[in-house]
Write a new protein. Structure first.
Length: 98
């Protein structure tokens, strides 16, 4: 039983490490605001079109919120997919070699 638990913990760490390398992007205003997030939901980059910096502060803030939320949604999808795949492989009675 302890071996299975250690194997599961190792598998989860592998997944987490792999998710650090998966990058998704959320955009707003036709790509004028872009937010990149990794599969572990950590923001890695934010790009803002310079023209937006000259405009309305509230509009820019709203666009940032939209882009961040879109990126988080995509990261959640990737994360959930990876975790579900790992969970299926750990189900009792499932042979991972079939």
């Amino acid at each position: 039983m302890m071996e299975k638990l250690q194997a599961m913990q190792g598998r989860m760490q592998e997944i987490k490490s792999r998710l650090d390398t998966v990058i998704v992007c959320g955009e707003a205003e036709n790509g004028k605001v872009k937010v990149q997030i990794n599969g572990n939901r950590k923001v890695t980059e934010i790009e803002v079109d310079p023209d937006l910096l000259k405009g309305d502060k509230e509009e820019l803030e709203e666009l940032l919120v939209v882009a961040v939320n879109r990126a988080i949604e995509q990261a959640d999808n990737v994360n959930n997919s990876e975790m579900q795949g790992a969970a299926m492989g750990m189900m009792p009675g499932k042979d991972q070699n079939t």
